[in-house]
Design a protein around this ligand. Structure first.
Ligand code: FDA
Length: 579
């Protein structure tokens, strides 16, 4: 069997890679070891960037239909149990009225909460209907690569037959125990298996405890909840409000716990704080927290992505989001190289652009776990293992004393610190690339005026994500992101920038790479409805912003050039590795 791209693993990374490659007209085969997709909920938080990417391929609506909307995601509670005392509450996932404005201004898309069990079939349907050939029950065993391609040996797990698949490129999207990454000896930094966590998926109607404070996360502080795990006990919404994922830690130095249904229900009842609630256990599984990332994502014609490259706890909800963004970054590059429109050096920019992001999110997710520490400390839970003393320490904050006031203040600050996990808008949208697929315009990187992790700073500085602005096009209100994407480059200009259109046409004709051009301004095909583009574009009307197929700025020029065709051509050739 032969194909252009062989993808190993049908998790979010592999499915998204298949989807984007098929969307861009690249032949691909997707292998999955098991007979179907994720069988437990796992990743839920789907951030604005992922929703924008899915919007670009026409699947945003499908995800919104199946997901839980942002307004039901964010009344995040810290409590002694669901039925017990509430210790604190935080607006999360951009739902604080002040933060909501930041999120609304930054993107045409909203956060959404959808379990992997529902997201993956949407990605699969999108990929298969666009041409991906999918082989379930098929396990990748090994690979060999040469100058013109990769030969993978795979096993059909239904009949035991072993056979070869020849591909021009191979993508290893085979998760946190990636065999592909091991086979190409990707260099890893960090540590695997630093804490133990258990997942218990249950059916339990908790409406009475949660519907008045709708959230996807209910954090539970109880004796032992700081051991292992992800920082605290967690009651995690799967479906409103009768299906839940319960997370509880275990000491990784002990033998892995074996729970029967009765013991699992006991843990669940403890966290709910009401043992009269009927609980039906759906599944029980163990996993470990990791703090590890690859410093390189590829070797020759083999590329890895997703958890194969970055292994971290689910804090900040960055796992599947980053996996999908990895595949979005690589797919258009592979498409252009396979179609002979770009040089192979374009593929080297995948490493350069995504490896720093992988490292950043691994560090962020692990730091978010550490940032639970101050909450335990403020409540006086760290100096003792005696549950009665813990309870007394927690009660102490209710006194009318200077010590209690200090304790309350400490708790407030500790909860505020959790914004870095739950409202890290800068981490989610602020990714800026540096590579040869980005052409500097000679300006310095714009300074961050607010905390770069908490706040997204829109800019058209080359390498940054295209800022979102609502504009008018063909009688409708659309986002600049709706004009960009679709597997092609886009050039935005304005009044006085007419020469850029000619430049885009000529460069497209010469390279065979589509560059759509939009003039934004009164009387032009795109109207700057709220003057947002004028505020955000950081160019003059006669300048231009060149945007890559993945909606990152490739290059810009503040004003018109003497020879626009030559300048644009030089930038595009540099990006495509044709210079
Ligand atoms: P993933 O592991 O999902 O998929 C790899 C696939 O490859 C699997 O289907 C596997 O069977 C297959 N495979 C492996 N070896 C193979 C072989 N030899 N041959 C063929 N197939 C093979 N993330 C997020 O963004 N938001 C969130 O809210 C959360 N929450 C969350 C909660 C919990 C409890 C967990 C455990 C994880 C999260 N995550 C998350 C993380 C998220 O689940 C994770 O990052 C993604 O699933 C990673 O996607 P990948 O496609 O890289 O790997």
């Amino acid at each position: 069997m032969e194909t252009d791209v062989l993808i190993v693993g049908a998790g979010p990374a592999g499915l998204a890679a298949a989807l984007f490659l098929s969307e861009y007209g690249v032949e691909n085969v997707l292998l999955e070891k098991y007979g179907w997709l994720a069988n437990t909920p796992r990743a839920h938080i789907t951030n604005q960037r992922t929703m924008e990417i899915l919007r670009d391929v026409g699947l945003e609506r499908d995800v919104i239909e199946k997901g839980v909307p942002q307004e039901l995601m964010g009344d995040t509670v810290f409590c002694a149990s669901l039925a017990g005392e509430e210790l604190a509450r935080l607006h999360t996932w951009g739902t604080h009225p002040l933060r909501k404005a930041d999120y609304d201004l930054a993107s045409p898309s909203r956060h959404c909460d959808i379990p992997q069990t529902l997201m993956e079939p949407i990605l699969l349907g999108g990929a298969a209907s666009r041409g991906t050939k999918v082989r379930f029950d098929t396990e990748y065993l090994s690979l060999e690569q040469d100058e013109s391609g990769v030969t993978a040996t795979v096993r059909d797990r239904l009949d035991g037959r072993t056979y070869e698949i020849r591909a021009r490129y191979l993508i290893g999207a085979d998760g946190g125990r990636s065999k592909v990454a091991a086979d190409i000896s990707l260099p890893m930094e960090g540590q695997m298996g630093i804490a133990g966590s258990m997942n218990i998926v249950v059916k339990a109607d908790l409406t009475q405890y949660v519907a008045h404070r709708p959230s996807v996360l209910y954090w539970v502080l109880q004796p032992g909840s700081d051991i292992g795990g992800i920082g605290m006990g967690l009651v995690r919404m799967v479906r409103t409000w009768d299906e839940w994922l319960i997370l509880w830690g275990y000491d990784i130095n002990d033998d892995p716990p074996e729970l029967d249904d009765r013991q699992a229900v006991e843990i669940v009842h403890n966290l709910i704080g009401d043992d009269t609630v009927p609980v039906e256990v759906q599944s029980f599984s163990l996993w470990t927290n990791n703090r590890a990332y690859m410093t390189r994502y590829s070797e020759g014609r083999v590329f890895c992505m997703g958890d194969a490259c970055h292994r971290h706890p689910p804090s900040n909800g960055l796992g599947s989001n980053t996996s999908i963004a990895d595949s979005h970054n690589l797919a258009w590059k592979l498409a252009l190289v396979l179609k002979g429109k770009a040089g192979p050096s374009l593929l080297e920019t995948y490493d350069a652009e995504r490896a720093p992001i992988g490292r950043q999110i691994v560090e962020r997710a692990n730091k978010s776990i550490e940032e639970f520490g101050p909450i335990f400390e403020a409540l006086g839970l760290l100096d003792t293992t005696d549950p009665d003393v813990m309870l007394a320490n927690m009660e102490a904050r209710k006194e009318n004393t200077p010590e209690a006031r200090d304790q309350r203040e400490k708790l407030r600050k500790a909860i505020e610190g959790k914004n870095y996990e739950f409202n890290a808008h800068g981490v989610e949208l602020g990714q800026r690339y540096r590579s040869s697929a980005v052409v500097p315009d000679g300006t310095d990187e714009p300074a961050f005026t607010r905390d770069p992790e908490l706040y997204y700073h829109p800019t058209t500085w080359p390498g940054a994500r295209l800022p979102h602005a609502w504009v008018g096009h063909e009688g409708r209100k659309v986002s600049t992101h709706d004009l960009a994407g679709k597997g092609r480059f886009v050039l935005f200009t304005g009044i006085g920038g007419e020469a850029w259109r000619e430049a885009a046409l000529e460069t497209s004709r010469r390279t065979g790479v589509e560059i759509a051009c939009y003039e934004i301004g009164p009387g032009r095909e795109v109207l700057d409805l709220y003057d947002d583009w004028a505020r955000l574009s950081e160019i003059e009307d006669s300048g231009c912003v060149l945007v890559r197929p993945d909606a990152h700025v490739a290059w810009r020029r503040r004003t018109a050039a003497g020879d626009c065709t030559q300048e644009l051509g030089r930038a595009v050739d540099g990006i495509l590795g044709l210079a």
